[in-house]
Design a protein. Structure first.
Length: 302
């Protein structure tokens, strides 16, 4: 009997342990016990380092330029060996360019039609069928994942485009164009990967995004298995809640979806911010610093 086991690069907790940044006693608190101001500052800063470097063991001690070059070579190797050679792709340049486009779309919806148009504008005409196959091959090779939109009906087929997440936040950072930095998308990518770790055994769409019916507000992650009739968990991810407009946007989506789904709570994971609760009409949104949420053990989630 074959047993499938998904092994991902270092999580944030593993990153801390592997680099000796914090001691075992701090990790043993599991994100639940009080932290000193100095510890909070260190963990917030280290969270940013993790989003930049990622969790591949071989890159942990490398200078920036070497780290980026090695991570980019990982992508090239996967495309060459696990996609082009394995699937006998007759046009390897199409595969390489498509991979670069895909890895530059982390945290965004990806349209095969848009990909086709982009490649045509570069003088690389191709077919949507080939591009769709390449996306399947990239996912099978664990270069990236596609996350689809949540549906409360098992028979309902969503017409929205899937979102793309890389196998590692550092891989996503290394694949961005020079000078491009989006801390929110990198954090979102890392949260998606952590949710996969914590929800082993879910069906393919057990982690998804969702838009509210009333106004189409987006909630980044809905976690729950409809086939098992599990209650859903709702997550928003943002770099900061300091800006009033951002706070309004992130909370209103959760309030509205909680109301529509009959849920009493939701979670906002914030890259740079403090822990607090938002209360309204008997419902609560728990705002949690990213480093603290990542330190929680799977058994403590929920």
């Amino acid at each position: 009997m074959q047993i499938d086991f998904e092994l991902l690069p270092y999580s944030f907790r593993e990153f801390l342990a592997a680099n000796g940044i914090v001691d075992a006693q701090l990790l043993g608190r599991n994100g639940k016990t009080g932290y000193s101001a100095s510890e909070r500052m260190t963990l917030t800063k280290t969270m940013q380092t993790y989003l930049e470097c990622g969790g591949f063991p071989a890159v942990q001690d490398l200078p920036v330029a070497q780290r980026i070059a090695l991570l980019q070579s990982y992508v090239q190797r996967v495309v060459s060996r696990d996609v082009v050679e394995r699937h006998d792709i007759a046009r390897p340049r199409i595969a390489a360019v498509t991979a670069r486009r895909v890895m530059g779309s982390i945290g965004k919806q990806l349209s095969v039609r848009r990909l086709e148009n982009d490649l045509r504008s570069m003088g690389l005409p191709t077919s949507r069928e080939l591009l769709a196959d390449l996306l399947d091959y990239f996912e099978d090779a664990y270069l990236m994942f596609r996350m689809r939109e949540f549906s409360v009906s098992l028979s309902e087929q969503t017409t929205t485009m899937p979102k793309i997440y890389a196998i590692d936040p550092g891989l996503a950072a290394a694949s961005n164009a020079a000078g491009v930095r989006d801390d929110g998308q990198r954090l979102e990518n890392a949260v998606y990967l952590e949710l996969r770790r914590r929800n082993v055994g879910f069906r393919r769409d057990g982690i998804s995004s969702c838009r509210t019916k009333a106004h189409g507000y987006e909630v980044d992650f809905v976690v729950g298995d409809l086939l098992e009739r599990e209650q859903y968990e709702l997550y928003q991810v943002t770099a900061s809640m300091d800006d009033a407009a951002t706070a309004e946007r992130e909370t209103r989506a959760l309030w509205e979806l909680m109301e529509e789904q009959g849920l009493d709570s939701g979670i906002i994971i914030v890259g740079n911010g403090s822990k607090r609760d938002w209360l309204r009409d008997g419902k609560v949104i728990h705002q949690i610093p990213a480093w603290q949420w990542f330190l929680e053990l799977p058994s403590t989630v929920g």
